[in-house]
Write a protein that binds this ligand. Structure first.
Ligand code: ATP
Ligand code: MG
Ligand code: MG
Length: 581
């Protein structure tokens, strides 16, 4: 594969490796879970990254960017990338999400196993360490138990322009804080009655450094630790600790966390100074998150769409979740290609949805099996073709892959064609069927349209044409008559009936949740249209098989609702960009 394009993160890694920054990394004797302590010493200069999802929802296309970046860099530098569940927030986390995340990371083609390491971790496995570290910080006068209410803490935090004010509990004796912290852990205090805070600087221009809360009390069972804990660490200090315990070298996160970096470093440096952690410590670097037009990627909003039945589940083909994109027909390769094209930068970017679709087309064009579908059928009768006669036509399975060979399908007197391929009164530049015009039945004969039959309401029920016997594709007479139009068709007697779901964007607004908009106001009521159409006999009907229906676009068998004999097909994307304004 081609050499990776350089970017600012690669430059950082290259410099770190050149300076031997991680060369003295030693695992033995370090604090950390047994699995991490067992990590090899043999490879001390490798980089280690992590993808740290919170198991409070399904992964979406934004997460794919982070996955491709973290696993991609680790792979390129022969390092390791850990999959770590950041499960420090018991209210919203569930095993269902853990399993769905594992499935999607594997589906994207990435592996957290490295040599004989199985680098799949849970932040909740580190709760004992975190508690020990918190005690050490209190002991050193670097943290205290605050008995202000959450509202009082918020009020005394100050604002961007106003400094915060010290808590009346800030200078309480170390022993008192230690005792209260222990009581908090033992469940002796109510939610919100007190919290452990880092003692930093209430006058800091960075609000995140104004004595951030470290532990809060939550009498809520946790999906893995059950009722063992009723205090839970805040993300802002749990995260650097998790990184350090796992020996992460480069902790890549999205730009919103830039202001948290001073606290990240504060926590790790103090814990190292106190002998609780060993250097070299991980470092945090930020990149711009992916914002994709016409979708929402906040898990809270996705959850609302699912819970309130705006969509049919986390894997609804209209959602930008990876489960939804997979069901829609996106392949791992197409998503990885998209992420590669995004690159990484520190500038906020809003990416047009058409970029995602173009990556899909580029990934599928070389591999998708070609076939024909008729979505809005009308019958075409070849009036001079003998009744009962059937002959075989040939077409490439994929024109880019001659090795894939030819497909065969029957031609007969009655064919399904698209209703739109016939006009009684054609507009200008219409080259398909109208009385008197000749077109090619793709891979078949040239035909001359002779007219149509209509019902009482004037709807066309049958189109009539005569075929020109010596003009079959692939025969010497094929080019004897020049035509401007090509029409796809399926033999009526052989066609496979199918339900085909045509998706449109789920939102009518390119930025449905920007500013103070309510994203629900922008829901597109016509985001899914199901039609009953016909498929070419022999179409490979399996959900693992991307299809290109000629002239129409990319399609896939629905992995959930399709059954043998009653296929349900999702349109993944049209052949050409229909999203551009
Ligand atoms: P949400 O705001 O939807 O809850 P999150 O960022 O809180 O998303 P996490 O599960 O914490 O979700 O995310 C795991 C990792 O994926 C984090 O490192 C986060 O930075 C990254 N990530 C999440 N969304 C995006 C995005 N849109 N673009 C790039 N990276 C993302
Ligand atoms: Mg998060
Ligand atoms: Mg979140």
């Amino acid at each position: 594969s081609p050499a990776p394009v350089s970017n600012f993160l690669r430059t950082i890694i290259d410099n770190d490796l050149a300076q031997g920054r991680y060369a003295d990394k030693r695992w033995a004797g370090k604090p950390g879970p047994a699995s991490v302590q067992a990590l090899g010493n043999s490879d001390p200069a490798r980089i280690r990254t992590r993808f740290p999802p919170e198991p409070n929802g399904y992964l979406h296309i934004g997460h794919a960017k982070s996955i491709c970046l973290n696993f991609g860099l680790a792979n390129d530098y022969q390092g390791a990338c850990h999959l770590r569940f950041d499960d420090t927030n018991p209210e919203k986390e569930e095993d269902e999400y853990v399993n769905a995340i594992i499935e999607m990371v594997e589906w994207l083609g990435f592996d957290w196993r490295y040599g004989n390491e199985n680098n799949r971790y849970f932040a909740s496995d580190y709760f004992d360490y975190m508690y020990q570290f918190a005690q050490a910080l209190v002991q050193a006068g670097l943290a205290y138990v605050d008995e202000q209410s959450p509202d009082e803490m918020r009020a005394s935090r100050g604002t961007l322009t106003e400094k915060g004010t010290n808590s009346p509990w800030r200078d309480r004796p170390v022993e008192e804080s230690l005792r209260l912290l222990e009581e908090m852990r033992q469940g002796k205090h109510a939610d919100g009655s007190m919290a452990l805070r880092a003692k930093i600087d209430m006058g800091s221009p960075n609000i995140n450094m104004r004595d951030p809360v470290m532990y809060r009390i939550r009498h809520v069972p946790h999906h893995r630790t059950g009722d063992h804990w009723c205090i839970y660490p805040m993300y802002s200090w749990a995260h650097p600790v998790e990184d350090a315990l796992e020996g992460i070298t480069h902790s890549f996160c999205t730009l919103e966390f830039e202001d948290q970096r001073p606290f990240y470093d504060w926590i790790l440096n103090h814990l190292a100074d106190l002998g609780q952690l060993q250097r070299p410590l991980p470092r945090q670097y930020e990149f711009a998150r992916l914002n994709l037009s016409y979708v929402v990627t906040s898990k809270r909003k996705l959850l609302q769409l699912v819970r309130e039945d705006y969509v049919q589940g986390w894997d609804d083909p209209r959602l930008p979740t990876l489960a939804g994109l997979r069901r829609r027909g996106y392949t791992p390769e197409s998503i990885r290609l998209f992420c590669e094209r995004l690159g990484v930068s520190k500038a906020h970017q809003s990416i047009d949805y058409s970029i995602l679709e173009q990556a899909l087309r580029d990934a599928l064009d070389p591999i998708a099996a070609r076939s024909v579908a008729v979505l809005d059928p009308v019958k075409l009768v070849l009036t001079n073709y003998p009744e009962g006669q059937v002959e075989t036509c040939h077409a490439p399975r994929n024109p880019h892959a001659p090795d894939a060979g030819q497909r065969e399908f029957p031609l007969s007197r009655e064919l399904w064609i698209e209703r739109d391929d016939f006009r009684e009164d054609p507009p200008k530049k219409y080259f398909r069927l109208f009385p008197g015009n000749t077109v090619r039945l793709k891979y078949g004969y040239i035909i001359r349209c002779t007219g149509c039959i209509k019902d009482q309401d004037g709807n066309v029920t049958e189109v009539h044409a005569e075929y020109l016997p010596d003009t079959k594709s692939g025969t010497p007479g094929a080019d004897s008559v020049k035509v401007k139009g090509n029409v796809t068709w399926i033999s009526v007697a052989h066609a496979i009936p199918a339900e085909i779901r045509l998706y449109d964007r789920l939102f009518t607004d390119p930025h449905p949740d920007s500013g103070d908009k309510n994203f629900l106001d922008a829901i597109n009521p016509d985001s899914c249209q199901a039609v009953h159409g016909w498929l070419e006999p022999g179409t490979p009907l399996s959900a693992d098989n991307p299809l290109q229906f000629e002239r129409l676009g990319y399609f896939v068998v629905d992995s959930k609702e399709s059954v043998p004999g009653k296929p349900v097909i999702n349109r993944t994307a049209t052949l050409k960009d229909s999203w551009a304004q």
